[in-house]
Design a protein around this ligand. Structure first.
Ligand SMILES: Cc1ncc(COP(=O)(O)O)c(C=O)c1O
Length: 407
C-alpha cells in the first residue's frame, strides 16, 4: 500500500509545491480536489488534437469531439452503474444539477405540494427548494439530525407524506462526513410516492456508487471534487423522468426542430445540455473517472478510513476539541472541529504557516452550524493522495498551535 500511495502522489504535481517554505499538506479536498497529470494532460490534449464544436458539423474533427464527449458520459454511466448513458447530463457542478431539477419541477408542482430536505445540507441543496417555496407555494420541511450528526430517520419518515413530491438529501455532508443511509431514505420516500434527489457531491469522489441499487431518481455531483476539471458536473436522472421533464435552459443544441411557434426537444442528454457544452473539460473528466476507477473506490474508502481511525483518537487527546459528526464508523475523510476559546480562523491561519491547508468557516452549511450553536468550524478533509504521515503532522501542529495560543 505504501508503494501504491507513493505512485499516486507522483501523479499530482501540485503536491511538490511549498507553502511558506514547507511542503504543502493539502487538507481542503472537500472544497476541491487536486488533479493528476493524466487529467491536466487530457485538457491540453483535447485542445491540441480534437478541438471542434460537437454535434453541429459533418467534418471529421467535430465527429471526433462529439464521440469523445459522448464517451465521457459513458464513463460516468459505468462509474455510477446507470442503466443508460443518456441518463447522464453534464452540468457545471452539483449546484447547477440541483437547480436544474428544482426549476424543471417548478412547471409541474402545485401549491401545497411538499419537499423534504434536511438541516445538514450544503446551501446548494437548500436554496433551490426555498425558491420553490417562495415563488410556487411549495411547503418545505427540514428533517433533523441527531447530536452525533446522523440523520434522524424517524423524523424524516414523519415529514414524508402523500403530499411529498421530492426528498432531497446529501449522501455525505461536507461538514459531518457521515454516510447517510440513502437506500433506506429512498425506500421511505418511494413508499409515499415521492421522488428522491441525492446530493452526491461528497460521496461520488469517496465511495462506490450504484444508482440502480440505491434506486435514486436523481443524483448530483461535481467533477472538480473528484480529480476532474472545474466547470463540469453531473446530473443523473432516471430516463423516463428526464424524458417527461421540461428543459432547464433553452437555446441551441437542446432542440430537434424550432418554428416561430414552438420547439421539439432533442433526445437525452442533450435536451438538458443547452448551448455549447463544456466538451473539453468533459473529455478531461473522463480521464479523471479512468484514474479513480483504476485506483478503485473501495481502496479510496478504505484508505480514508485508515486515516480517520488513526486521527480521531489523536485529535480527541487535544484539550477542549469538539468534533462534529461523531458516528465515526460511518465517516469518510472529513473532520470538522472547533474549540470554545480559539477561533477556526486562528487555527486555519496558523496551520497555513506550516503549509497545511484546511478550510475554516461554515462551509456553505450555515443551518447545520446553527443547529450546533456555533459560528464556524475548521475542516480537515483527506483524499486518496493524503498519507497517515500527513495526518500525524497535522495533529502534531494543531496540538502545538492550541498550546501556543493558550499560553
Ligand atoms: C455536499 C455538497 N453539496 C453541494 C456542493 C456544491 O458543489 P459545487 O460548488 O461544485 O456546485 C458541495 C460543495 O462543497 C457539497 O459539499
Amino acid at each position: 500500500m505504501v508503494k501504491r500511495i507513493d505512485q499516486i502522489r507522483k501523479d499530482f504535481p501540485i503536491l511538490e509545491v511549498e507553502i511558506n517554505g514547507k511542503p504543502l499538506v493539502y487538507l481542503d479536498n472537500t472544497a476541491t480536489s487536486q488533479r493528476p497529470v493524466q487529467v491536466i494532460d487530457a485538457i491540453a490534449e483535447f485542445y491540441k488534437k480534437y478541438n471542434a464544436n460537437i454535434h453541429r458539423a459533418l467534418h471529421t474533427l467535430s465527429n471526433v469531439a462529439t464521440e469523445l464527449y459522448e464517451n465521457a458520459h459513458m464513463k460516468v454511466q459505468k462509474f455510477i452503474n446507470a442503466k443508460d448513458w443518456r441518463e447522464i447530463i453534464f452540468t457545471r457542478n452539483t449546484t447547477e444539477s440541483i437547480n436544474l431539477v428544482s426549476h424543471s419541477l417548478s412547471y409541474t408542482l402545485k401549491p401545497g405540494d411538499e419537499i423534504v430536505t434536511t438541516i445538514s445540507e450544503h446551501h446548494s441543496n437548500i436554496l433551490p427548494w426555498q425558491m420553490l417555496r417562495d415563488h410556487f407555494g411549495i411547503v418545505l420541511k427540514y428533517a433533523r439530525i441527531n447530536q452525533d450528526g446522523s440523520l434522524d430517520l424517524n423524523h424524516l419518515s414523519e415529514l414524508t407524506t402523500e403530499k411529498t413530491r421530492v426528498v432531497a438529501v446529501n449522501q455525505v455532508s461536507n461538514v459531518l462526513g457521515l454516510i447517510n443511509p440513502v437506500k433506506e431514505i429512498v425506500r421511505i420516500a418511494h413508499e409515499k410516492g415521492s421522488l428522491v434527489l441525492i446530493d452526491a457531491a461528497q460521496s461520488a469522489p469517496h465511495i462506490r456508487l450504484d444508482v440502480q441499487d440505491i434506486d435514486a431518481d436523481f443524483l448530483a455531483f461535481s467533477g472538480h471534487k473528484m480529480l476532474g476539471p472545474t466547470g463540469i458536473g453531473v446530473l443523473y436522472g432516471k430516463k423516463e423522468l428526464l424524458d417527461s421533464m421540461e428543459p432547464f435552459l433553452r437555446g441551441g443544441d437542446m432542440i430537434r426542430k424550432v418554428t416561430l411557434e414552438n420547439a421539439l426537444w432533442n433526445e437525452l442528454p442533450w435536451k438538458f445540455e443547452a448551448g455549447t457544452s463544456n466538451f473539453a473539460d468533459g473529455y478531461a473528466f473522463g480521464a479523471a473517472i479512468d484514474y479513480l476507477s483504476e485506483v478503485g473506490l473501495d481502496w479510496i474508502e478504505e484508505h480514508e478510513k485508515e486515516i480517520v481511525n488513526f486521527l480521531i483518537p489523536k485529535l480527541l487527546e487535544i484539550d477542549g476539541i469538539h468534533i462534529l459528526g461523531t458516528r465515526y464508523e460511518d465517516k469518510i475523510g472529513v473532520i470538522s472541529f472547533f474549540f470554545d476559546d480559539i477561533s477556526p480562523e486562528t487555527i486555519g491561519f496558523l496551520l497555513n504557516e506550516d503549509g497545511i491547508a484546511v478550510r475554516t468557516g461554515c462551509h456553505c452549511a450555515q443551518p447545520l452550524h446553527e443547529f450546533y450553536g456555533i459560528r464556524g468550524t475548521a475542516r480537515a478533509s483527506f483524499y486518496l493522495y493524503n498519507t497517515v504521515e500527513e495526518a500525524e503532522f497535522f495533529v502534531d501542529r494543531l496540538s502545538s498551535i492550541v498550546r501556543k495560543v493558550r499560553s
